[in-house]
Design a protein around this ligand. Structure first.
Ligand SMILES: Nc1nc2c(ncn2[C@@H]2O[C@H](COP(=O)(O)OP(=O)(O)OP(=O)(O)O)[C@@H](O)[C@H]2O)c(=O)[nH]1
Ligand SMILES: [Mg+2]
Length: 262
């Protein structure tokens, strides 16, 4: 085992959740069950924003009946208002004490059994920032197949392709999937970095800033099964794409803001 791996003792798993009563318990069970390499401890940080359904009660109930151990700890952050995934993820980042950070949606679009693959390059010291690409594995492009709405799926796929291409050109990288939800990185990469986006534009802000700070991501293939809007997807296909464009361009050029030393 490398010395780098020995130093990485704790993984903070940041889970923003809003109105996910259909999936949240299953997702939390999967995260808790998921074995990690090197006896890395898990710190689950769940950020819930006053869901209109039973999500909050389900999470509280799950935490109450799941014993903490030396390898498993919970932190629950309750927000009064849903300000967006980015806002929730930023609250989670501020509370994270792990050496490694992983962002996990509260739905079941991604597979927690990809964790070991995502962590391996960090443990072996091959990368400090890893992205789980949905397009690297066999079967290639498998992003959106909404059976109930092929037109919406086409629009999302086309949009995704244009965003990926624009992002790569502007940042001088060759990523197959910069918008993936699975982003895993060493905490030291973002020490002192100020983030400001509240919605899904945070995804671009995070990747952009890490690249500009000198941490180009390594992509590893992950599984993905998209859910449709009727199953609770919260991206707004009219509002969010404009925010993504703004985020991609803005963080390419804006100086990176660091917290003032206390
Ligand atoms: N706490 C909190 N979570 C949110 C909010 N908005 C979205 N989320 C959560 O963020 C996660 C991602 O939302 P999704 O609707 O699945 O988004 P997506 O279309 O899969 O987009 P990506 O996650 O960017 O790939 C889910 O777990 C949501 O419940 C919010 O305002 N507050
Ligand atoms: Mg999702």
């Amino acid at each position: 085992m490398s010395r780098i791996g020995d130093e990485l003792k704790k993984l903070s798993i940041i889970i923003p959740v809003f109105n996910e009563q259909e999936t949240i318990v299953e997702l939390l069970e999967r995260v808790v069950r998921q074995p990690l390499p090197n006896e890395i401890q898990k710190e689950l940080i769940i950020i819930e924003s006053n869901s209109k359904d039973d999500t909050r009660a389900l999470i509280q109930n799950f935490i109450n009946r799941t014993p903490e151990t030396s390898l498993l700890k919970f932190k629950l952050i309750l927000q009064e208002k849903a300000l967006g995934k980015g806002s929730a993820a930023r609250a989670g980042l501020a509370a994270a004490t792990g050496d490694i950070i992983l962002i996990q949606d509260g739905d079941l679009e991604y597979e927690t059994n990809d964790y070991p693959l995502l962590l391996e390059p960090l443990i072996t010291g091959h990368a400090e920032f890893v992205l789980g690409s949905r397009h690297l594995s066999a079967g290639s492009w498998k992003i959106r197949k909404f059976e109930e709405s092929p037109l919406k799926a086409f629009y999302m796929n086309l949009g995704g392709f244009l965003f990926h291409t624009g992002f790569n050109i502007l940042y001088g990288v060759k990523l197959t999937d910069p918008t993936t939800m699975y982003k895993v990185f060493l905490r030291k990469c973002i020490d002192g970095v100020v983030f400001e986006c509240n919605r899904f534009d945070f995804d671009f802000e995070l990747v952009a800033k890490l690249i500009r700070l000198g941490y180009p991501p390594l992509e590893v293939p992950v599984s993905y099964k998209s859910r449709g809007f009727e199953k609770g997807k919260k991206v707004n296909i009219f509002r969010d794409p404009f925010m993504w464009v703004k985020s991609i361009v803005k963080y390419r050029f804006k100086p990176i803001q660091l917290e003032k030393q206390k």
